[in-house]
Design a protein around this ligand. Sequence first.
Ligand code: NAD
Ligand code: TYD
Length: 333
Amino acid sequence: MKRIMVTGGAGFIGSAFVRYQLRAYPDVHIVNFDKLTYAGNLDNVREADPARHIFVRGDIADFDALYTALNGCDAVVNFAAESHVDRSILGASEFLDTNVRGVYNIVEAARRLEVQHVLLVSTDEVYGSISEGSFKETDRLNPRNPYSAAKAGGELVGMSYYHTFNVPVVVTRGSNTYGPYQYPEKVLPLFVTNALDNEPLPLYKGGERNVRDWLYVDDHARGIDVALRRGTPGEVYNIAGGNERENITLTRKILALTGKDESLIKLVADRPGHDRRYSIDAGKLRGLGWRSEMDWDQGVTETVHWYQENEWWWRKIKSGEFREYYQRQYGNR
Ligand code: NAD
Ligand code: TYD
């Protein structure tokens, strides 16, 4: 692989993947195609070598723009998505445009251009909630919020292109991801940055004991790379952190690491349709040689330190569009 289009490469996981490709494969060139929505941020790729990283501002829902940028690439890895469950509850229209129509455009453009590798980044949320045990790739999809339903729709369109047109589509389903450069609407960076500012941590009431499986962002990026290079077209690969924690445990950990006490916890009205537990089995990807390497305690500690040391990165985000969203999302809870 010489020229990889990364869609959504200015976001959280996409930018980690770009950094990883440039570091690990000296021959690889990246075409980073990103709409720069509220979540896209060129600060995330500011250190990418311009000789090997071309940025194109564009929308995956715009077929012509996507097709033009994809021409000449031998692989495409799609991270571009509307990615936040709570925003999908406030309004789902853009989720369908990007997460379904956008993915259709990618596989259709890849079919016409005969792109050799197509990796669609998806989520463990497409399986829905599980009370015991862990989902395998063959389990049925049961998405329960507009975000995960749209992600499942995109996956299904993508796989239909494998079966119908032999487009070499591989899907990964990653678990909840954390690390540097995560937009501070997601629980971990939201709680860390609020704690640093002595602002309340809005923990969903009734969801304190809900479980997420935490995956360090570089482990996720490496897992996607393994599936891209060693995976079989038409197959799905789970990428699990192996660190299932209740939300209250994560919250207490953040308070401890920031030196704050539990009086900052503010129980707020629960998320509608809040999935209780996500858990996936990553045995299939481990069979290709991947492992989740980051220890949870170390990963959370390093991540909290990163937000402490990089206020320049998140302060400007939290003062912009974010404030309006925060008011809409938490104002009346
Ligand atoms: P993010 O919200 O940080 O970044 C999304 C990026 O996509 C942004 O740069 C944004 O500008 C871009 N984008 C959005 N719509 C676009 C469009 N129409 N055209 C082009 N670019 C567009 O998201 P993330 O957390 O980095 O997630 C990346 C991918 O990983 C998503 O597909 C998401 O569903 C999946 N995923 C995320 C997690 C997680 O915990 N964050 C876990 C599993 C899977
Ligand atoms: P989130 O980071 O939004 O990821 P996802 O919904 O994709 O799993 O939320 C992780 C967990 O944290 C989820 O159980 C909801 C909970 N949560 C809160 O309690 N308060 C919050 O303000 C947010 C954003 C999430």
